[in-house]
Design a binder for this molecule. Structure first.
Ligand SMILES: C[S@@+](CC[C@H](N)C(=O)[O-])C[C@H]1O[C@@H](n2cnc3c(N)ncnc32)[C@H](O)[C@@H]1O
Length: 329
C-alpha cells in the first residue's frame, strides 16, 4: 500500500539489525493466496485486493507493450509479485530490479528463486533446454533509485546493460526525486535506443519508461486542502516536489529527453474502490482484527484517498514515454 500515515508494522522478521522498515511485508494481510502485492489496485467489479493489484500491473504492462523482446529494469518491485507476473505472463527477455526495502527484496529474491527452480525442473522433465530468464533472481538488488546509475553498474555487470524498458509500478511518488529518476532513466535507456537504430535511418526505438503514479489535479487547492494534503504527504514519505500536475509531469519527461508520451487517467478505478473493498470484505475485516495499527493505517489511507479523489485534489494515471528520436553521445 503506497500511502500510509505511519510506520508500518513488521509482521515478519526484518534482516537489517531487526530495525523496522517503512516498506515492509505488512501488506500480506490484505492479500489472498500467496500474494504480497502492495499497490492501490485497478479495481473491477468483484475483485479482491490481490486481483486488483495484479490488474494495475497489467495496466502498466499494456501501456509499455511488454513482450518477449522486453529487457526490463523494475524499480520499487515490492515483494516480487510483479516480477513473477512479467516472467510468467509476458515471457520477457531479461529482468533486473532495484528496491529500497530490505525485507521485501529478500523475500522477492526467494520467491524468484523458487519460481526459477520450478521452471528448471519443468524444463528438465520436458527435455526442454530453453532456460530463458533463469537467473533473474541474481539481478534483484536492494538499493535506492537515487543511486540508479551505481545500482545499474552492479545489476548489469554481466553485459546485460541493454535495458529497453524501465517500470515503476505505484512507487515513483515515493522516490527522493521523480524528476531525477526520469533523467537517470533516460541515460540508462538511450544506449538501447541507439542499438535499435539501423545504419541508414532510424528504426522505431523500443526504449520506454512506464509508470502508474499519482499527480495533482488541475483544480486550484484551497488553503485547508493544501494543508491536509501536505500533512498526509509528509506522513506517507512522499516528497512534496513529486506531487505535480499532469502537464508538469509530462514536461519533466520531455526535459529528460522522452517523447511519445501517452497517459490515461484511471482515478475512478483506483482511489475509491480500495476503501469500499476494505469496508465490505469480510476476509479483510477478519484478517485485520488483531492487527489494530495496520487496520487503522489502511482505513485512514482509504479515507484520505477517497477524499482526495472526490475533492479533485489528486488523480491516478498510467503513463508511458519513449525515446523515438536519434540519440547522440
Ligand atoms: C507502494 S509500494 C509498491 C510495491 C509494488 N510495486 C507493488 O505494486 O506491489 C512502493 C515500493 O517502492 C519502493 N521504493 C520506495 N522508495 C524507493 C526508492 N527510493 N528506491 C527504490 N525503491 C523504492 C518500496 O520499497 C516499495 O517496494
Amino acid at each position: 500500500m503506497p500511502i500510509s500515515y505511519a510506520h508500518c508494522m513488521n509482521n515478519q522478521p526484518s534482516t537489517k539489525n531487526q530495525t523496522s522498515e517503512f516498506y515492509d511485508l505488512s501488506e500480506r494481510l490484505l492479500n489472498s493466496g500467496d500474494a504480497y502485492w502492495g499497490n492501490l489496485g485497478y479495481w473491477q467489479a468483484g475483485d479482491d485486493y490481490s486481483t486488483a493489484c495484479e490488474g494495475l500491473a497489467h495496466q502498466l504492462a499494456n501501456a509499455v507493450n511488454l513482450n518477449q523482446d522486453s529487457r526490463i529494469l523494475d524499480v520499487g518491485f515490492g515483494c516480487g509479485d510483479q516480477l513473477l507476473l512479467w516472467l510468467k505472463d509476458y515471457n520477457i527477455q531479461f529482468l533486473c530490479g532495484i528496491n529500497y526495502s530490505v525485507s521485501q527484496t529478500v523475500l522477492a529474491k526467494q520467491r524468484l528463486k523458487q519460481f526459477e527452480l520450478r521452471q528448471f525442473e519443468l524444463s528438465q522433465s520436458q527435455a526442454n533446454t530453453d532456460g530463458t530468464n533463469l537467473g533473474s533472481s541474481d539481478n534483484i538488488f536492494q538499493g535506492d533509485v537515487a543511486d540508479l546509475k551505481n545500482g545499474l553498474a552492479v545489476v548489469c555487470s554481466e553485459a546485460n546493460n541493454d535495458i529497453n524498458t524501465i517500470l515503476a509500478l505505484d512507487c515513483a511518488y515515493h522516490f527522493p526525486s521523480r524528476k531525477n529518476f526520469f533523467d537517470d532513466s533516460f541515460k540508462v535507456l538511450k544506449s538501447s535506443a541507439k542499438t535499435n537504430q539501423d545504419n541508414n535511418g532510424i528504426k522505431a526505438s523500443t526504449a520506454c519508461i512506464g509508470l502508474t503514479d499519482i499527480v495533482l489535479a488541475d483544480a486550484p487547492l484551497s488553503w485547508g486542502r493544501r494543508m491536509l494534503l501536505n500533512i498526509m504527504l509528509s506522513a506517507s514519505r512522499i516528497p512534496k516536489d513529486n506531487i505535480v500536475t499532469l502537464a508538469e509531469y509530462q514536461g519533466q519527461l520531455q526535459q529528460a529527453g522522452f517523447d511519445c508520451i501517452a497517459s490515461e487517467d484511471i482515478s475512478e478505478f483506483v482511489f475509491e474502490p480500495f476503501g469500499n473493498w476494505l469496508k465490505s470484505s469480510k476476509d479483510a475485516v477478519h484478517k485485520l482484527r488483531g492487527h489494530r495499527s495496520a487496520g487503522l493505517k489502511y482505513r485512514v489511507t482509504a479515507a484520505f484517498l477517497a477524499w482526495a479523489y472526490r475533492n479533485e485534489v489528486l488523480r491516478y494515471i498510467v503513463i508511458s514515454a519513449r525515446i523515438s528520436s536519434p540519440v547522440s553521445e
